[in-house]
Design a protein around this ligand. Structure first.
Ligand code: RIB
Length: 271
């Protein structure tokens, strides 16, 4: 229940609110929270574990009712121990049964994205993956490898970091080794960077290679070519996170829930 020293606010810890996927999630969180009379304190971890942990300390010092951690960098066990006295939920990550979570099947998403490229005729694929310590990036990578093996295509991995610039630079790196016929970018921001780099280099998508992203941010349907992607419902995932958190604030830590959302292949002109 409500403890008098606490303010009616929750903390939102997010890697980077300038990434439109996370802005959608944040929007869902804020709308759901304000409908419950809770205000939201926003903290950007900048994808850094140290910042995530220092923000957790700061939020605890502010007596928030609970915390929504989106795209966590810190391992689940670590979060569980630092947050043991506070309700929290992880959004964008599947957890053990001890922790509230809202998630999509990222391995399956990586598999579906890769299979789509292969069904469109690609045989030499590249996956530009997200950061090493991101569970969603690692699961998409695993889905890529599963499809490559199952359909007998060749695949290579390039390390990216989920930002636009990293997509841009990756294409330069990719060109050094010879052009693949399909690229699966681990998220849409990197795919947009790849589109921009391709334009600068005089390459055409989908004529020179096919490209698929992940997230379905709004820019992906405006850019030329429009981007094929795997859609995840960021706004709904945010509202669900607040629902689960609110239940835990009211009823206590007893019964954590896991809520899965479905992803969807959205086919556009880049494939
Ligand atoms: O675009 C940011 C990505 O990082 C999203 O795909 C999200 O799932 C995350 O983990």
């Amino acid at each position: 229940g409500l403890v008098s020293r606490k303010t009616s606010s929750i903390g939102l810890l997010i890697p980077d609110v300038s990434n439109p996927f996370f802005s959608d999630v944040a929007r869902g969180i804020e709308d759901a929270a304000s409908a419950l009379g809770l205000s939201v304190i926003l903290c950007n971890s900048d994808w850094k574990i140290e910042r995530e942990q220092s923000y957790i300390d700061i939020l605890k010092g502010k007596w928030v009712e609970g915390i929504v951690v989106v795209g966590a960098r810190s391992p689940e066990q670590r979060l569980q121990s630092v947050l043991s006295d506070l309700p929290f939920v992880l959004v964008d990550q599947k957890t053990s049964q001890q922790v509230n979570c809202v998630w999509i099947d990222n391995e399956k998403g990586g598999y579906i994205a890769t299979k789509h490229l292969i069904e469109r005729g690609c045989k030499r694929l590249i996956h530009v993956r997200g950061p090493i310590n991101s569970p969603s990036a690692t699961l998409r990578h695993q889905g890529f490898l599963r499809a490559i093996q199952e359909f007998g295509a060749t695949g290579k991995i390039i390390q990216g970091n989920f930002r636009f610039e990293s997509g841009y630079r990756c294409l330069e790196q990719i060109l050094d080794d010879g052009l693949p016929d399909g690229i699966f970018a681990g998220n849409d921001m990197m795919a947009l960077g790849i589109i921009q780099a391709a334009q600068t280099m005089g390459l055409k998508i989908p004529q020179d290679f096919l490209l698929i992203g992940f997230d379905d941010i709004s820019f992906s349907s405006y850019i030329s070519p429009t981007l094929t992607t795997i859609r995840q419902p960021g706004y709904l995932m945010g509202t669900a996170g607040v629902e689960l958190l609110h239940q835990q604030i009211i009823y206590g830590q007893g019964n954590p829930q896991s809520r899965e959302y479905q992803l969807e292949l959205v086919v556009r002109n880049s494939t």
